[in-house]
Structure formats: C-alpha cells, structure tokens
Design a protein around this ligand. Structure first.
Ligand code: FAD
Length: 316
C-alpha cells in the first residue's frame, strides 16, 4: 500500500478487503476462510464494509441496523452511510444490532454478516463525493434483506470481536497508505522546488520558506516510517492485539497529519499550477484531508490512545 500510494495510486478497496479478510481469519468460520482468503490475497475480489450510519456516526454501539435470525436465514434492516466501493464488491460486511438484547433492545450484542450487494431489498444511492480514496461512495438501505446462515462472520451476538480484528489491519494499512502518499507529495514539491526559478539564478527550493518545510517533512517521513514498520512487524509476529492496536492507532494519527501537511506544502510549492485539475493535486489534497476523518477521525483515535493506552478517564 505504501509503494502504490508513493506513486499516487490510492486504492482503498484492497485495504477494506484485507481488513475484512483478517477478521474472517480471526473469527471464522472455516468455510469462509477457504472461500475468501485466497481470493482476497490474490486481489481477485473486493469486500466492502457497512458500519457507519447517518445518525450515529462513529458511535457504532448505537447502531440501529438490525441483523435478526429468522429460521434458516438472517434478515438485515437499516440504513448505512458512506459505504465505499459497493459497486466493486462481491460482498459487504454489515454490522448490526442483535435484536431482543438488553432493555428495549438497546443491548451491546451485535452480529456481522457478509451480504450480497445485489440481494433483493438493498437500495443504493451514490453520494457525490468525487471518488474519494479511489472509490465511489454509497448510502445503502436494507429492507429485510435475506442472508443465508453461512453468511455469519464469527458468532451471533459477537460482532464486536470481528470489528476489533478488522480495525487493527484497517488502521495499519491506512497508515501505510498515508505514509506512501506523503512521500509522493514531497517528491512533487521537490521536483518543482528544484526546477522553477523566479528571482535570481537559484530555483525556489533555495528559499528557506520553500526548502525547510520539505526537509522537515522528509525527517517526519523517516521517523513515522519506523513506527508503521514496527507496528506491521509486531502484527506479523502475532503480538498482543492491544499492543498492535495501540501502535496502529498512533501510526494512523501521525501519518494522517503528515500526509495533510505534505499535501499542503506541495500545493504551496506548485502554487497556481496545483489548482489545474490536470495536475491531480486537488484530488490529492482532498484525499489527504479525508484521511483525518476516515477510516477513524483523529479525535476518536486520540480518545483510544488516551483511554486505552494511557489509562486516562473518559467523560462518559
Ligand atoms: C471517504 C470516506 C469513505 C468512508 N467509507 C466508509 C465505509 O466504507 N464504511 C463505513 O462504515 N464507513 C465509511 N466512512 C465513515 C468514516 O469511516 C467515519 O466513521 C465517519 O466519517 C464518521 O461519522 P460522521 O461523519 O457521522 O462523524 P461524527 O461521528 O458525527 O463525528 C463528527 C466529528 O465529531 C468528532 N467527535 C464525535 N464524537 C467525539 C468524541 N467522543 N470525542 C472527540 N471527538 C468526537 C469526530 O471526531 C468528528 O470530527 C467513510 C468516510 C469517508 C469520509
């Protein structure tokens, strides 16, 4: 992901697919591991994710979508916002509430199922988001959509476990993506800074106002890369999931800010040229900004570090 993004190829669907694949690998069942993992690894299939809801935002514990067992099938009902790449996906992992749990059905039991995006009862509405992250974005409505029992990922009522596995990989890979794209931005700025001469005989990179931020970004890339690689190595070594989640979340926060600053200074260095759509800088800038809000916002990621890594209290 880092190297593709360093060539300005922002491919979000492989991130989602790999993260869902990891959830399947962790919580099963076996027939899904056999069916999906080799094809995800080969890049033969994409899987989408439907967690976010228009009225609930980041708070998935307030999910209103229901995944209800009904005889030999599940029925899914609800509304999901900002679902990336449903037009490309073979299945979408839907996170919903298990009805009947807790007071008034407001318990903390959730179920995750893989749903065929073309199943009867699903309506999709494309959102005008200009192909953010290299994918089209959709709002989905589920009207009692039937899912066979073998679509269940993990155990019924244990959907949070599937999302916990998903989250580590999604944050880690999005950090790698941001890191690579920051490198691309620095290279674009460097090209312009060494080629364009306005005053005197030296190109604009000789001006410290242009050159120092590039040097600073280069140093930040070098340092942040160490954290991303360490987090990836600890993940591969099978380290404790709490440790991996902490490092992946820190990497996500640092790389999203790094990418935004790198895109901003690349815009400044290219100046008017950056606003020519053909340069690709405007989309780069918007994607860099989106990385501060998705897949998890900087604030929610910092909440995780504050509360679950540092042990700071929560106001709730
Ligand atoms: C391009 C793009 C693609 C996406 N693709 C998908 C997808 O495929 N599937 C999917 O499920 N979701 C997807 N999302 C949703 C995304 O991952 C976030 O979950 C979603 O943007 C958050 O919901 P919201 O916009 O309603 O923000 P809200 O939850 O309403 O938050 C609004 C702001 O308040 C802040 N905030 C809220 N609560 C707190 C708090 N307790 N402490 C501090 N700050 C707080 C947030 O950080 C944020 O800045 C996508 C989003 C984008 C932008």
């Amino acid at each position: 992901m880092e190297e593709l993004a360093a060539q300005n190829l922002i491919l979000w669907m492989p991130v989602l697919s790999a993260a869902i694949g990891h959830a399947i690998a962790e919580v099963g069942p076996d027939h899904q591991r056999e069916r999906w993992l080799p094809r995800i690894a080969c890049g033969e299939t994409f899987l989408a994710l439907a967690v976010t809801e228009p009225e609930r935002g980041h708070n998935m514990l307030r999910t209103q979508t229901t995944v209800r067992k009904d005889g030999e099938r599940f029925l899914v009902s609800g509304l999901k916002a900002v679902t990336s790449g449903i037009d490309l996906a073979e299945r979408v992992l839907v996170f919903g509430r298990t009805p009947g749990e807790g007071k008034g059905g407001a318990g903390r039991h959730f179920t995750t199922v893989l749903v065929d995006p073309d199943a009867p009862g699903i309506e999709r509405e494309e959102l005008p988001m200009r192909w953010r992250e290299g994918a089209r974005q959709f709002q989905l409505t589920f009207n009692d959509v039937e899912v066979p029992l073998d679509g269940l990922v993990g155990a019924e009522g244990q959907g949070l476990l599937a999302l916990w596995s998903f989250t580590q990989v999604e944050r880690l890979m999005s950090a790698a993506l941001c890191l690579g794209n920051a490198r691309y931005c620095v290279n674009r700025a460097l090209d312009r800074a060494t080629q364009r001469t306005i005053f005197g005989k030296q190109p604009i990179g000789a001006e410290q106002a242009i050159g120092h931020p590039i040097a600073h970004l280069h140093a930040r890339i070098a340092a942040t890369q160490l954290l991303v690689y360490r987090a990836a190595a600890r993940f591969d070594e099978g380290a404790d999931t709490g440790e991996v989640a902490a490092q992946a979340t820190m990497a996500k926060v640092l790389t999203a800010d790094l990418l935004f600053d790198a895109a901003d200074h690349a815009m400044q260095t290219l100046c008017a040229q950056a606003w020519d759509e053909r340069e690709g800088m405007i989309d780069l800038y918007l994607d860099a900004r989106a990385a501060r809000s998705a897949p998890i916002s900087q604030e929610l990621a910092l909440n995780f570090i504050a509360q679950h890594v540092l042990g700071l209290p929560s106001h709730r």
